[in-house]
Design a protein around this ligand. Sequence first.
Ligand code: DX5
Ligand code: ZN
Length: 231
Amino acid sequence: MATENSSIAPSAPRPVRIAPSILSADFAKLGEEIRAIDEAGADFVHVDVMDAHFVPNLTIGPPVIKALRPHTKKPFDVHLMIAPVDPYLQAFADAGADIITVHPEAGPHVHRTLQEIRRLGVKAGVSLNPGTPAKMLDYLMDMVDLILVMTVNPGFGGQSFIESQLMKIEAIRKRIDKEGLDIALEVDGGINTETARRAVDAGADVLVAGTATFTGGPTRYAENIRALRGD
Ligand code: DX5
Ligand code: ZN
């Protein structure tokens, strides 16, 4: 397992961490792309795993993650959009995932799924779709290291940010702080420099960005990441 930071949720003041989604990378040279975003200052590598069943798109699985693992020491933030999810957790952990995030709708027992992710020695994340209320987190707050708020419906890169999710981010930030929990609050979908600022103002501290990171090719990655971070 490769981690540069032992905690994924530092205490305030909160640095903004950027997690480029490799869904927008050049799939013909993924190893190179990962080395380029690492050098450009990415904090996590966000890997979108889709099954053409839970979401209407099909992407990559554990063998690709395993092949990419030696190309960076940055944490692999693996976002599973697959159902069922439980039978594949071990394979993603073995492939080198540092964080595994699941959707509660992807299995009948999300609490058990999160227990299993931690048992595998991986940080556990839960993701809320735009239509899934924050209340879903009741009884899960002690089970997660990361909460991922989807600001698009999962399935594709390049969609528009759904404004209504800002209220959800605010509510979750209040809850994390009030309860004094060590949980990263990540936002995914339609992030650009403008929506990044709004998401951070609402309380997010990890920004997933596919299109906004990879636009313009490798010579632009450092500048793109800096702009998203608000530096
Ligand atoms: C959507 C994925 C996102 C997506 C983000 O299902 O979870 O990570 O690739 O892409 P952009 O940043 O282009 O909206
Ligand atoms: Zn994602």
